[in-house]
Ligand binder design. Structure first.
Ligand code: DHB
Length: 305
């Protein structure tokens, strides 16, 4: 029997799958459903200081290879969302609170607040590809990534994970900056900045014109990023981008991830995807002779067998 449980910065996960931020995580009730569906942990929707309505519609485009979305970080603000986090905790799996902000200080304060609301760890969204003044605008500058992590670590003793953008010349540089700032782990990757145009309408489909691409198309980019980050830092990595099968999870783990997040596949396949990925991963580990997940982490790197 394979053991799928993993330990991540003091968090105990019964399996290495997590709900990625942004899918079915707006309310405590929907997060409870994800917990019941077997996820090892849940990342909340990204929450900011004030309520935000987000970008104008259309905010999602369905493509053959995944999803393109520009929601624009809609959220009720930390004060109201705290109730959803409290509710989600009843699911009995670790809740990782995702926060975004316009400045390093704002992000750090939110990190402290979401832990007070009940999150066991924090994910700093330093990587939304299209919200003016937020996310990747701040998260593409190594010095700012470092400062966000350093300030967040002053606000909370809970583990702090930095979610990084692939829309940069060196994601490894960003990961090194996060590690220098004291981050406990790296989450890679956020969506790739993209665009879709309607030939009939002769205009971009998304209300915001640009959006974040997720799903199967971005898996090779995510796996490459995790591989590069694994060679650059010592802190644990959580892989995300296009995971919908046990083989996908194994690719990320062999590249260096200790856990994987699933987002677009929950939207495409439903909440059964968590048990499906775990079952397939367990079978594959059996076939390949791995008794536990930690023995498989990073094995694709030369000289680490
Ligand atoms: C949004 C945020 C993200 O971090 C992302 O990758 C895609 C979309 C958003 O809220 O628009």
């Amino acid at each position: 029997m394979t053991d799928l449980s993993v330990e991540l910065c003091g968090l105990r996960l019964k399996n290495p799958t997590m709900l990625a931020s942004g899918v079915l995580d707006e309310t405590g009730r929907s997060m409870l459903e994800i917990a019941r569906a077997g996820a090892g942990a849940i990342v909340t929707k990204s929450v900011g200081r004030e309520p935000r309505v987000g970008h104008p519609n259309p905010s999602v485009v369905e493509l053959d290879v995944g999803l393109l979305n520009a929601m624009g970080l809609p959220n009720p603000g930390i004060e109201l969302y705290a109730n959803e986090v409290r509710e989600a905790r009843k699911g009995g799996v670790p809740i990782i609170g995702s926060v975004f902000g316009g400045t390093e200080e704002e992000i750090a304060v939110l990190a402290g607040q979401i832990v007070k609301a009940g999150a066991e760890a924090v994910e700093l969204n330093l990587s939304c590809p299209h919200a003016k003044g937020y996310g990747a605008e701040l998260g593409s500058v190594p010095g700012r990534v470092e400062a966000c992590c350093r300030l967040a670590k002053k606000e909370t003793r809970a583990p702090v994970f930095a979610k990084l953008t692939p829309n940069t010349s060196s994601i490894a540089d960003l990961a090194r900056a996060a590690e220098r700032g004291g981050a406990d782990g790296i989450v890679a990757i956020n969506t790739l900045k993209g665009m879709a145009i309607s030939p009939e309408a002769r205009m971009p489909i998304l209300g915001n014109k640009f959006g974040g691409l997720s799903g199967p198309a971005i898996k090779p980019v995510g796996v490459r990023c995790v591989y590069e980050i694994y060679e650059a830092v010592k802190i644990p990595i959580i892989g995300v981008g296009g995971v919908s099968s046990g083989r996908d999870a194994a690719e990320y783990i062999m590249a260096g991830a200790r856990a994987v997040q699933i987002g677009t596949a929950v939207w495409a396949q439903g909440t059964g995807v968590f048990r499906k990925v775990c079952k397939e991963l367990s079978q594959l580990m059996d076939e390949l002779g791995y008794g536990d997940v930690s023995g498989m982490v990073g094995v694709a790197h030369a000289g680490r067998h």
